[in-house]
Ligand binder design. Structure first.
Ligand code: GLA
Length: 379
């Protein structure tokens, strides 16, 4: 890949080798969905698909970007960076440049990727963490990992305008080979869980494009915040839904529908993340599979962020031989599902899915058999 990047860089910028090449992975969230904006638990892993960035100083007073996927250039002066806010391909990277306050020194940046966008695999977070690493190295900016992750999240929240939590940026930077990452999104303490050696991870895309700036995500976030406000009347100490006990209690009767269902999801999902970690430690893959399915049902029925295509894909997957469990992954409203299956059964599972599922456009779905990988790094 590095050769391909270097020759593309020479071609598009008509220049010498790039001074630096970095890559940042996408992610799959194994379990812990829609919990990170209520200080809950998540368990994602970085996948073997990346956004690559290559750069050199240009001697000019502007930033020029080239997105290989679109075959498009974008140039801006430093003073105009803040005008590029929005959900455009260049905004993710420029948002990071803006919040890192990079010095005025012209650069050319090439963006290449084998991580498809719109499939719920966090290509945006990968672009942000890749950009942060690139700028840090080029300009010798001293920031620790946590500060870097927070800058990336801020770029997405306040520059791109998507009110996401911290999970995607965190895993894209802190991923570890063959491990899932358990993150407490309140304390930001994290630990790694080895992915079982006798199992495989599959990702299958519904073919329904999802955009995080769609209203659904923001609406759910709002519903959680409203619920916290209401519940403070009976639990004055409550800061976020994270503080509710796992057992249904008084709060159930206190909340109107659909808030009751939303809260039920968040509380039960936090519990499932912890249960999953315990089951992984015991090597109890059947239990892990059950928890994945329960998570899907909760996202479908209580949180209502799934879609008929994801429900169908999960149902089809669960009928394939060797599957422990499956669930929608990421924000929902389309995007991908994640499947845990026995090692060496991947082909059987994929053939079963390809024989039974077509995207809304009538095509075979995009799929990945993926290992878990390291976070963003320089190549
Ligand atoms: C998106 C957001 C994350 C998280 C998930 C849902 O991926 O970027 O912060 O909220 O949705 O779990």
């Amino acid at each position: 890949m590095i050769d391909k990047i270097q020759s593309k860089f020479r071609e598009v910028f008509n220049s010498a080798q790039p001074e630096i090449v970095v890559r940042a992975p996408g992610r799959v969230n194994f379990i812990g969905e829609h919990t990170d904006y209520q200080e809950g638990f998540v368990l994602p892993g970085a996948i073997e698909r990346y956004v690559y960035l290559a750069a050199s100083f240009s001697g000019k007073k502007e930033i020029t970007l080239y997105a290989d996927t679109f075959g498009e250039y974008f140039t801006t002066s430093f003073t105009d960076i803040k005008k590029q806010k929005g959900a455009f391909w260049y905004s993710y990277l420029l948002g990071v440049a803006h919040f890192l306050q990079i010095p005025v020194k012209g650069i050319n940046i090439l963006i290449m990727s084998n991580l498809p966008a719109g499939k719920g695999l966090s290509s945006s977070a990968a672009l942000e963490t890749g950009a942060a690493l690139l700028f840090k190295r080029l300009f010798n900016i001293k920031l620790n990992d946590l500060e870097t992750i927070k800058i990336c999240q801020r770029a997405e929240n306040d520059f791109v305008g998507v009110p996401c939590g911290i999970m995607d940026q965190f895993i894209s930077l802190k991923g570890k080979k063959n491990h899932l990452l358990f993150l407490d999104t309140r304390s930001l303490d994290f630990s790694y869980y080895p992915f079982p050696q006798n199992a495989s991870l599959l990702v299958v895309d519904t073919g329904v494009k999802r955009k995080l700036n769609e209203v659904g995500y923001e609406q759910r976030k709002q519903e959680c915040e409203t619920s916290v406000k209401i519940l403070k009347k009976i639990y004055p100490q409550l800061k976020t839904l994270r503080d509710l006990p796992p057992e249904p209690g008084e709060w159930e009767d206190f909340l109107p529908r659909p808030l009751r269902k939303r809260v039920k999801h968040v509380v039960s999902e936090n519990n499932r993340v912890k249960e999953t970690c315990k089951a992984l430690k015991r090597g109890d893959l059947s239990r892990v599979g059950e928890l994945l399915v329960e998570s899907h049902q909760s996202l479908r029925d209580d949180y209502q962020v799934s879609c008929p295509e994801a429900d169908r894909l999960v149902e089809i997957s669960l009928k394939a031989e060797g599957v422990y469990g499956a669930r929608m992954t990421g924000a929902g409203f389309g995007g991908s599902i994640v499947i845990l299956c026995e090692k060496n059964k991947e082909e059987t599972v994929i053939s079963h899915i390809l024989a039974n599922y077509r995207t809304p456009e009538g095509e075979k779905p995009f799929y990945l058999k993926t290992s878990l990988e390291e976070g963003a790094c320089e190549l």
